[in-house]
Structure formats: structure tokens, C-alpha cells
Write a protein that binds this ligand. Structure first.
Ligand code: AMP
Length: 608
């Protein structure tokens, strides 16, 4: 199929021709005719990077009446960056049309946007918050729009925009046609579709809830404390890597990026502690490949649109399968191959199984390469580069005579050995005694020393105490965040936590009594979260535990712990705006001096 066969206007065909679009991508083949010919709403399940902007953008531009000075179409997007990107794409597609496209998004002086809105655009691309602001100022009226596109709807819900979307939908006429794009199909999306869309059709490009087909998923199993060394080995095994390393918290992001930079890798960090200008700067450097490895939190990486990543590395597995889908969907875009790599410890294998089940994809466990394998890979990479290097005859020829004379006594193989050693000795040195980073089954016995059959510490069973902290649903706490907080504050991964109950204001959990002192002391050293003993618990002096347990909405989850149950995204209550930020920043602040990755692994060369 060609774009011409899709009945798009000549002006659009010329513009996309100049952009190098020869054939429609699968999502475009499905969505463009639908939007042009059908009169119903549409839910399109497609990953980012599949060409969905053109899928909705081209038919929109085809249908908009550029002579009518009214907002006719609204595109809603979750982030500022995506908003700018969509707007730029639409401007490029409409190069030969007279349609005006204006992006409105937070984080920029509203006056510039107000000015642009003065010359009424036909298409507005917006993030929800800023759009509501402009509606309230009477600057944007949506009462005449014909088309509404919700892009990355699942991300908008993840970011807590559900209410904002509903507010915006109420401003639009019932006659509008709605198209919703989402990478995944959580129940909340189905709910929105049911409530706000008329007899909608559903189009799926690729499997529902599945990762892109050209992404292969691999994982390495190591001890948790070896994570950073494994990361380095993965990077060394892939000298051409261009990827994102996903971390859980800002603190971890900073640490990993700092270590990589110190170890001579071309890396930088992207996280919420950076100013918008700093973030823009890092993203731009990454886009133009000035940075090879971007270490980022999920939240910070949301707006980043880069289409040809070779790898996504899960430095830690995310708590939600959907987050994994989003991460891995950042590679393998635009028909390129990509690899999603996860570094896990032995107890996380069940998480991989869960993701495999959800994505209906097989993950391949690979052996962490040994030093020799890495050396071989790097050596031949260098040889390849040598074969491809451009020789500047003109500049080098004046010296050639002298060089030839000086090296006359060396035959070809000797010459090559010396040349290769020049670059390679340090690398060989670094890797000659490199340890095996793979986790081996026999390590389990030493891991479990002093533990009972299910891994619990012997003699502990039955001696539990119920504690509580003064944060709950209203603070976006869920069991995994609680575990993160405990890990951050106590800094001891052997703490076992069970039977977590999250109420509106408080979270209750069981711990073994011989670990209570440690936990109480650690919490005493910080101010943000108050820890106390729950009413029903006996035997520990209730220094903080005077308050009555909260009633309200209760949610009981089964026992977790560091090897606890792996969940899909939890209920909508956990998705309030800023939840992730809050959890990150609290734990980060506490963590500043505590968690230091120690590594004796030193750089082998400077990659910059
Ligand atoms: P998107 O999913 O809209 O972010 O698109 C992913 C990438 O594919 C972008 O860089 C687009 O410019 C590019 N793209 C979209 N449609 C086509 C096409 N039909 N042919 C070639 N590239 C395309």
C-alpha cells in the first residue's frame, strides 16, 4: 500500500514525501482509512514509535478546514516533550497547507502561548493541566471541535490526569469524534472508552499489552550487589550501545550515572532533581548521540522520544508490568531491532515469569559474559573500526616515508600485534582477573545459611510485631513503595516485611521482632515518616505508637518482602499525580549519604 492509495491530499503527500515516508506503517494503514472514512470513535492500541503521530495527524490535517478560523481538533498528550514533538510533526506534515497548529504545555511562560492563541489555530496540541488553565482564562474554547485525540492515554492515567481528562471532555461537544491511542489496555482505559466514546471500534497493532515484536527480551541473573558490574559488562559487550538505563529512584539514577562517568563511559543522568533547562540539555545531548547511555527514572524519561535505541536496560525491574512495557517499547522502534535487558537477582526470576505471561513473550536468560568474551568482542570491534576508518591520504602522506622507514624491521603480523596492543593492553589488564558475575545455584546454600526452607531466618517464625507508619493511600503509598521506603531508611535488605495493610492515613506491616530495634532506630534518624507500633501488637514500648489505627478504606495485600508478590499496576488510587515523584523524593532525601555503591572495578579506558 502507498500513501497515495490512502486518499491523502497532494499537499500532505508532498510534505511526507520530503520527510522520507515512502510506505505507511501498519498503524497508519489501519488508522488513516478509518479516520477518513468512518464516522465512529476509535481505540488504537499501538506502542510509541510505531508511527502513530502520522496515523492520526495525517487524517486530521486532511479533514481540517483551514479557512475556518476555529479550533477544530484537540490532541491531548501526557508530557510537555511529547506535546512539542506532536506539534512539530503536525507542522511538518502541514508544510504545504495553511492549517495552524499551536502547542500548549506547562513549564513554559504562558504569555507566549497566549500570544500564539490570539491567531486562532485549527489544531491545539496540549498537556491537560495547561489546557485547563487556558480554558479557565477563556482563551481556549473547545465547543466547536470536531476531533479529539488522546495520545498515550495509559501514560496520562499513570500520571494522574484522569480527572483533568474528564474535565476537558466535558468542555467538548458530544458530536466530536474521539480517537484514543494507548500502548496498553488497562481496565481504566476500557472504562474511559466505555464512558466517553460512542460505539467505538478497536484496532490493535501488535498484541494487546505486548511489547513490540522486534524487541528481544533478555535477562542476566547475578547477586544484587554485583548489579553495577553486570551493567558495565553489558555495556562493554556492546561497544555500539545507545540506550537508556532505567533506575528506580533519583538517587540510584545519580549514583549509577556518576559511576559510569567516573569509569569513563559516555553517560549522563536524567531525573527529577534537574531543572527543566538541565533536562532539556541532557535530552538534546542524548538525541544527537553525544551521550551513549542515559541513566533515567521512568518519570523523567517519559517525555524523551528517541527512535533508534539499541538497548533498554532495566537496572532494576519495575514494580509494574506496564512500566516494563513502556520501557522496552522505547527500543525496537521504526522497524529497527532492539534489546531489552534486565539485571535481576535470583529471587526475581518469578517476576520475569510474570512479565513473560503478561506480554506473551519468551525472555531469554543469558550468561553474563566473562572477561575473555568481552575482550574478544571489543578487539574485533576495534578491528572493524580500523577496516572502516577513512584514511586522509593528503594529510598523512608527508609522514609516510619516515613511518615506513622506522617500522621497516617489523613484519605485518608483528606490526598488527603492536598496534592492537596499544589500544588493548589496558582492556586486557582490566578484564584478565574479572570475576564470574553469574549467579550459581550453589550460592543459594550460602545465601540461605541460617534460613529455613522458605528462606526465613530460623527461629524467627511466629515472633512478629505489627508496626505502622503515618503514610497511607493519601500519600500514594502501596506495598512496594513501603518496601522501598523501608529499604531506603533502614538500608538493610534482609529486613522481612509481611502482611501489609494500607489505609488512608497509615500503613501497617509485620516484621520479625529481632529486627524491630534496627527498624525503629533507623526511622528515628529521619523526620518525614513517623514509625510506631500498631495497637494490636504487644511487647514493644509504644514510643510512637500512641495513635489509634485509622479506619477508612482498607486494602490488604498478602505478604510481600523483598521477594514478595509481583503485581500489575495497582488500583487507580495509587496513580495520583505526583505519586512517583513524592515517593522518589522522600526516599532520595533520606538516602543522600547512606547508599553508596562501592566498586573496586576501575575504568579501563576513557570512552569519551
Ligand atoms: P511516532 O510513533 O509517531 O513517534 O513515529 C516514530 C518514528 O517513525 C518517527 O521518527 C516518524 O517520523 C517515523 N515515521 C512515521 N511514519 C513513517 C513512515 N510511514 N515511514 C517512515 N518513517 C515514519
Amino acid at each position: 500500500m502507498t500513501f497515495k492509495e490512502l486518499n491523502l491530499r497532494e499537499e500532505i503527500l508532498s510534505a511526507i514525501g520530503e520527510l522520507g515516508f515512502e510506505f505507511p506503517m501498519p498503524v497508519q494503514e489501519k488508522v488513516i482509512p478509518f479516520m477518513l472514512e468512518q464516522n465512529t470513535d476509535l481505540v488504537a492500541l499501538a506502542q510509541t514509535g510505531t508511527g502513530k503521530t502520522a496515523a492520526f495527524g495525517l487524517p486530521l490535517l486532511n479533514m481540517i478546514d483551514a479557512n475556518r478560523k476555529q479550533v477544530q481538533a484537540l490532541v491531548l498528550a501526557p508530557t510537555r516533550e511529547l506535546c512539542i514533538q506532536i506539534s512539530n510533526d503536525l507542522k511538518n506534515f502541514s508544510k504545504y497547507l495553511h492549517t495552524r497548529v499551536v502547542p500548549v504545555y506547562g513549564g513554559e511562560d504562558i504569555r507566549t502561548q497566549l500570544k500564539q492563541l490570539d491567531q486562532t489555530p485549527q489544531i491545539i496540541v496540549a498537556t491537560p493541566g495547561r489546557l485547563i488553565d487556558l480554558i479557565e482564562r477563556g482563551k481556549i474554547k473547545l465547543e466547536n471541535i470536531n476531533y479529539l485525540v488522546l495520545d498515550e492515554a495509559d501514560e496520562m492515567l499513570n500520571m494522574g490526569f484522569k480527572e483533568d481528562i474528564e474535565t476537558i471532555l466535558k468542555e467538548t461537544p458530544d458530536t466530536r469524534r474521539t480517537t484514543l491511542f494507548s500502548a496498553t489496555m488497562p481496565t481504566e482505559i476500557a472504562g474511559i472508552a466505555k464512558k466517553y466514546m460512542k460505539d467505538h471500534e478497536e484496532i490493535t497493532v501488535g498484541n494487546k499489552n505486548a511489547g513490540a515484536d522486534n524487541v528481544s527480551h533478555i535477562f542476566y541473573v547475578s547477586q544484587a550487589k554485583q548489579r553495577y558490574l553486570v551493567l558495565k559488562r553489558i555495556v562493554d559487550l556492546n561497544p555500539d550501545i545507545y540506550g537508556i538505563v532505567f533506575c528506580r529512584t533519583r538517587q540510584e539514577t545519580k549514583e549509577v550515572a556518576d559511576h559510569l562517568m567516573k569509569d569513563g563511559y559516555n553517560a549522563d543522568a536524567l531525573h527529577g532533581d534537574l531543572s527543566q533547562a538541565q533536562r532539556d540539555n541532557v535530552m538534546q545531548k542524548f538525541r544527537i548521540r553525544n551521550i551513549q547511555l542515559l541513566v533515567a527514572t521512568d518519570v523523567a524519561a517519559r517525555g524523551l522520544d528517541v527512535s533508534d535505541l539499541t538497548h533498554v536496560i532495566n537496572y532494576n525491574l519495575p514494580d509494574d508490568v506496564e512500566v516494563y512495557t513502556h520501557r522496552s517499547g522505547r527500543t525496537g522502534r521504526a522497524n529497527k531491532k532492539g534489546v531489552s535487558v534486565s539485571i535481576i537477582h535470583s529471587k526475581e526470576k518469578f517476576k520475569i515469569k510474570d512479565i513473560e505471561r503478561m506480554l506473551k513473550k519468551k525472555f531469554e536468560q543469558q550468561q553474563i559474559p566473562n572477561g575473555l568474551e568481552v575482550c574478544k568482542k571489543q578487539l574485533f570491534y576495534m578491528i572493524d573500526k580500523m577496516q572502516q576508518v577513512e584514511v586522509n591520504e593528503e594529510q598523512i602522506s608527508p609522514y609516510m616515508d619516515q613511518i615506513m622507514k622506522q617500522l621497516e624491521y617489523l613484519d605485518k603480523s608483528e606490526l598488527l600485534k603492536r598496534f592492537v596492543s596499544l589500544e588493548f593492553n589496558r582492556f586486557l589488564d582490566y578484564y584478565k582477573n574479572a570475576e564470574d558475575l553469574n549467579y550459581h545455584e550453589h550460592e543459594r546454600s550460602s545465601d540461605r545459611e541460617g534460613r529455613g526452607e522458605r528462606g526465613e531466618k530460623k527461629g524467627r517464625r511466629g515472633e512478629k510485631m505489627r508496626l505502622k507508619v503515618n503514610v497511607g493511600n493519601r500519600d500514594d503509598i502501596n506495598p512496594s513503595r513501603l518496601l522501598g521506603i523501608i529499604n531506603d531508611i533502614v538500608g538493610d535488605k534482609t529486613i522481612s516485611v509481611g502482611d501489609i495493610e494500607v489505609t488512608n492515613k497509615y500503613t501497617f506491616f509485620d516484621v520479625f521482632t529481632d529486627q524491630v530495634d534496627k527498624i525503629v532506630n533507623a526511622f528515628a534518624g529521619q523526620k518525614e515518616i513517623e514509625l510506631g507500633v500498631a495497637r494490636e501488637s504487644k511487647g514493644y514500648s509504644e514510643s510512637n505508637g500512641k495513635r489509634k489505627a485509622e479506619g477508612g478504606k482498607r486494602r490488604t495485600e498478602r505478604s510481600y518482602g523483598n521477594d514478595g508478590g509481583y503485581r500489575r499496576k495497582s488500583s487507580g488510587d495509587d496513580r495520583k499525580s505526583g505519586g512517583n515523584w513524592k515517593a522518589e523524593s522522600n526516599s532520595d532525601r533520606r538516602n543522600d549519604n547512606r547508599r553508596k555503591t562501592t566498586s573496586s572495578d576501575k575504568p579501563w579506558r576513557n570512552r569519551r
